[in-house]
Write a protein that binds this ligand. Structure first.
Ligand code: HXC
Length: 257
């Protein structure tokens, strides 16, 4: 394809999107975000893809929204058009997204990682919401997803001071699921993505939906959601295959149906 700010590739049932604006530490400008939404939607529409890895460079996952592009915008620009037109398309992705974070994940970069289902961090990763140092506040979900991810105390500490936290603190706080040596980050992300992509796609979609519901719904409503989704899984051929394979002590041959 003719993307200029990302690289999109596939290997088997796993897609990888690499943010690629090294001159700006992968700052999210209009072009990059448009290309990212386009690539993610394309993979999401492809039943041959079971997981998507989103990564950046060794130095930066993404250093935030592009400050130089935003600097002169006004209230109506942001309120009517932005921050990123069409972003709902990314948030509606049903395929699991795995953020593989090396280096800086700041501002919109941290928020982008938090919109993924799983965050893996290199030991070099640094997370933060430095917007306050620019005279603004998080605008891409950070003030809502960070407290849900790591609790109010630490979220307030980060959002109000603008300080960064390293990978170890991010893991301790529950923002990231694993920390690995930097040179093993992509291999680890590929392993996680392959593990997910080998499962039954309808079961994976439903599990992602249920996990999402847990972030959004009161417990009773979430439990009702899960009850229906769980029952619905018994309408798939893959449920029969998965359970027969277990009884027959063999690997299931999922058809994603
Ligand atoms: C535009 C950026 C950028 C950004 C880095 N660059 N971050 N350009 N927007 N968010 C550019 C720099 O201007 C510089 O360009 C080049 O990338 C390399 O960055 P340096 O600062 O020279 O690197 P370093 O000294 O290693 O410092 C790294 C850094 C610093 C600590 C990450 O770049 C930094 O503080 N960046 C801004 C982080 C930030 O505030 N993010 C939040 C943005 S607001 P030149 O041309 O000089 O070489 C946001 C709101 C989201 O995200 C909500 C609404 C969508």
């Amino acid at each position: 394809s003719d993307y200029t700010t990302i690289i999109a590739e596939t290997q088997g049932r796993v897609a990888t999107i690499t943010l690629n604006r090294p001159e700006a530490l992968n700052a999210l400008n209009g072009t990059l975000v448009r290309e990212l939404i386009d690539a993610v939607q394309g993979f999401d529409d492809d039943p041959g893809i079971g997981a998507i890895v989103l990564t950046g460079s060794a130095k930066a996952f993404a250093a935030g929204a592009d400050i130089k592009e935003m600097a002169e915008l006004g209230y109506a620009d942001m309120y009517l058009d932005g921050p990123f037109p069409g972003w709902g398309g990314f948030e509606r992705t049903r395929t699991p997204l795995i953020a593989a974070v090396g280096g800086f994940a700041l501002g919109g970069g941290c928020e982008l990682a938090m919109m993924c289902d799983i965050i893996l961090a290199a030991d070099t990763a640094k997370f933060g919401q430095p917007e306050i140092t620019l005279g603004i506040l998080p605008g891409f979900g950070g003030s809502q997803r960070l407290p849900r991810a790591i609790g109010k105390a630490k979220a307030a500490d980060l959002v109000l001071t603008g300080r960064m936290m390293d990978a170890e603190e991010a893991e301790r706080s529950g923002l990231v699921s694993r920390v690995v040596p930097a040179d093993e980050l992509l291999a680890e992300a590929a392993k996680v993505a392959e593990a997910i992509a080998s499962k039954s796609l309808p079961a994976v979609y439903a599990a992602k939906d249920a996990l999402q519901a847990a972030q959004e719904m009161p417990l009773a409503e979430g439990l009702r959601f899960e009850r229906q989704a769980f029952a619905a899984a018994f309408a798939t051929a893959d449920q029969k295959e998965g359970m027969r394979a277990f009884a027959e002590k063999r690997t299931p041959d999922f058809r994603h149906r």
